[in-house]
Design a protein around this ligand. Structure first.
Ligand code: PRP
Length: 185
């Protein structure tokens, strides 16, 4: 557990410590290394949230792989339910014949990824799977996509850190914590 004295004052509690995160990422790296030996997977991160997880995950993958990034922005509140996004930065890598793994920081509704899976799937990759660091547990709701690799489950609370933001801040916290309600209300 983090030293309370070092805890960011806006954080109510830590739900995943640096040590928790390290062991989750190691396990995911081991699983992917086993499944993708000789497949030279392309690991794709969708900016911005996934950048921290991506950096750790690729260092935990012990077989050859390459990386690429894309950035998307949603069209606005009206189409949130479709998950339809505009590509702000596309991948530079050709996907045809590649084994693609999308590294996602957190899966909530899964709508963004479900849209992206369809979009990237049209580029004829050999395979495409999702590796989610965390899946948010929302009672009565199931994400629109099923990740092959799941790091952990987190409660449906306002969490930040390890890439996750509130108003673009807190991404740099090395742990995942619950934001104090007075910060966002
Ligand atoms: C967050 C997160 C996921 C997405 C999950 O990104 O990083 O990409 O939402 O939501 P969903 O499963 O309900 O589609 P956000 O749009 O906040 O952008 P960010 O990555 O820049 O933080």
């Amino acid at each position: 557990m983090e030293d309370q004295a070092q805890l960011n004052p806006d954080i109510e509690s830590v739900i995943l410590s640096e040590q928790d995160i390290a062991s989750i990422v190691k396990r995911l790296g081991d699983e992917i290394s086993l499944d993708y030996a000789d497949k030279d997977p392309l690991i794709v991160a969708v900016l911005r949230g996934a950048f921290v997880f991506m950096g750790d995950l690729v260092r935990a993958i012990k077989v050859p792989c390459t990386v690429d990034f894309m950035a998307v922005s949603s069209y606005g509140a009206g189409v949130k339910s479709s998950g339809e996004v505009r590509i702000v930065k596309d991948l530079d890598t050709k996907l045809e014949g590649r084994h693609v793994i999308i590294a996602e920081d957190i899966l909530d509704s899964g709508l963004t990824l479900s849209y992206l899976m369809r979009l990237l799937g049209e580029r004829k990759p050999a395979s495409i799977r999702i590796c989610a660091f965390a899946v948010k547990d929302v009672p009565g709701k199931k994400p629109a996509v099923a990740p092959t690799y799941v790091g952990t489950h987190v409660p449906n609370s306002f969490i930040v850190g390890y890439g996750l933001d509130y108003a673009e801040h807190y991404r740099n916290l090395p742990y995942v914590g619950v934001l104090k309600p007075e910060v966002y209300s």
